[in-house]
Design a protein around this ligand. Sequence first.
Ligand SMILES: O=C(O)CCC(=O)C(=O)O
Length: 304
Amino acid sequence: MASILSDSQVDFYRENGFCVVDGIFDAELIGKVRSVVDGLLASANLADVAEAEPEDGSKARRIWAPTSKDELFARIAEDPGLLDAVEQLIGSDIVLQYSKLNVKPPRVGSVVEWHQDFAFYPHTNTDLVAALIYLDDATRENACLRVVAGSHRHGLLQHEAGGYFVGKVSSPANVGLKDSAIVDCEATAGSVVFIHPLLLHSSEKNLSDVYRRVFIPSYRAADALPIYYGPHAAHNEPTAKLVRGRASKVVRSEAGQWRLPVAEAEFNSLYQVQEGSHVNDGVKSSTGYFAHEYDTKDAVGATM
Ligand SMILES: O=C(O)CCC(=O)C(=O)O
């Protein structure tokens, strides 16, 4: 394994729960990725490939499972340099858990409220990492990722309202974190923001005239398995793939309690549960308890 991250970048990640890295992907490749995105979104029926923005149904906000839609995404998710960096953060046996691509169209792009990814998919341990690969230069104006540095050291925060999982915390201050620790991850196209699954993060509406797109392959150590609380918890498993090292015959568990994401109704995306649109549109569970229903049509969909 080559060391893509310097020791100080790894130390920074351990201390702060994220690091921003450039130089893994070049501009030419990222240009090709943008063309593939354009091609996918120009295809016949937008709803077949993407979730639309509620404000403008002709615009996409989320392409599900891009690695199964075009080979270029699969190639990038398995890029040796990217996996070298992932290995430095979570160890040498690596599973690609799932992938997604968030599109923030100019003037429309949806807000992503403050949340920790682990709240959506608790695992037996926290050796997971998401790699947010910017496809455009990302600035505060076009809604770069925002993080609360060090928040991953505060455990799993409460993402509930009214007794149900709502996929967000109201603000960093309300969960005892300092607004002064908020960092805007501004970086050029091709940069990668690695984030720990307990890092509190968000992004605002895109108020600029330019796109902000990000491809997000997410990884886990091979000995971290999703905690099963109903079929929804396992719905990435059909496409989860060992991309480096060996499959594990043991599961490693961190002692403690993880709160389960029990929502009021089924939801397909983080946006829906954060906006609350799932309550009217989604399927309610008959017990009102494990409200996520597994939709076999969506077998390559993502949890969030
Ligand atoms: O697209 C973004 O800015 C944030 C992405 C994110 O937090 C997510 O999809 O979980």
